[in-house]
Design a protein around this ligand. Sequence first.
Ligand SMILES: NC(=O)c1ccc[n+]([C@@H]2O[C@H](COP(=O)([O-])OP(=O)(O)OC[C@H]3O[C@@H](n4cnc5c(N)ncnc54)[C@H](OP(=O)(O)O)[C@@H]3O)[C@@H](O)[C@H]2O)c1
Length: 337
Amino acid sequence: MPENVNRQWILKTRPDGMPKESDLDLIESPIPEPKHGEILVKNLWMSIDPYMRGRLRDGPSYAPPVAIGGVLQGESVGRVMESRLDGFKAGDIVRGHIGWQEYGILGITGAHVVDTSLGPISTSIGVLGMPGLTAYFGLLEVNRPQAGDTIVVSAASGAVGAIVGQLAKIMGCRTVGIAGSDEKVSYIVDELGFDAGINYKTEDVSVAIAESCPNGVDGYFDNVGGEITEAVMPHFNLYARMAICGRISEYNDDLPSMGPRVLRYVHAAQATVEGFLVFRWADRYEEGRSRLAQWVRDGQIKYKEDVVEGFENSAKAFIGQLGGANFGKLLIKVSDE
Ligand SMILES: NC(=O)c1ccc[n+]([C@@H]2O[C@H](COP(=O)([O-])OP(=O)(O)OC[C@H]3O[C@@H](n4cnc5c(N)ncnc54)[C@H](OP(=O)(O)O)[C@@H]3O)[C@@H](O)[C@H]2O)c1
């Protein structure tokens, strides 16, 4: 190791609304030393995810918040520099919640050896990692698509949504994606094979859904919540299934905003609305990963990575994601492999 410096992104102040770069701080600390049963990992690729916005808020949630002064959390893939843990050796490529720092410590429950034969190591935190698995289990287990169904997905060009749409096509469904620019809409239709795309910034989403889903909506994979979701729900068919994966349009709000009362559409369609967290299927991750890897190898699933070079650009990239600046799975290239 050239010098004993570990750069870390910490939480300085809890954001009010959209986070500002000044809410976070880039500090330097000594590189930690692994104790017995631990490994020291050098971060190579770091995932930036919308859920981090929730971790910056104090209050009850499915995971504890980041403390003021605490290192931001997140999954990365990196190289083992030093091992005091049986089964791991220096040089191994591992995945785990290293956090927003250049070097981190992992223990037996947090370190996962990456199968480098499956694809580039960055895919272990993208299409073959948490976002891909979220798409796989959320679509197949919650939306439960049948051939001939119409499936709508929001944030459709993103890490999760792009995989959801392609999986729905593999399942024989009509697939409609909603995204935030004409370029993203062209990508999902022309490159990924969605049947139709809607630019929610320039189109009336409800009108566009009626046009692009002439037989109504059987499954809605919701990544965004808010007005987009309210525009989709009136088009539900009998027994429609809505999977609440995320609500990125609401992540900067402290309290839920008051919207139209949409439950009448759930009632009339006898629809099922189910929230999920991907951890529910943790015991089946290897099944999902191997099936996704096969579809990627066969060319049936394509993926796009939005790579930001430089650890120092992490905060800017995260804030950009909350405003739709990323196009594909957002990754920080922390260090050369
Ligand atoms: N349930 C789970 O276990 C689980 C796991 C992973 C992710 N998630 C959730 O899944 C969703 C997608 O995550 P991802 O990893 O695929 O991220 P991503 O799509 O790669 O990035 C987020 C995208 O959301 C869109 N967006 C941002 N603000 C928006 C707004 N106000 N209204 C509509 N769209 C907006 C942007 O694209 P546009 O340009 O299209 O607006 C942005 O690029 C997030 O809500 C995330 O929290 C849930």
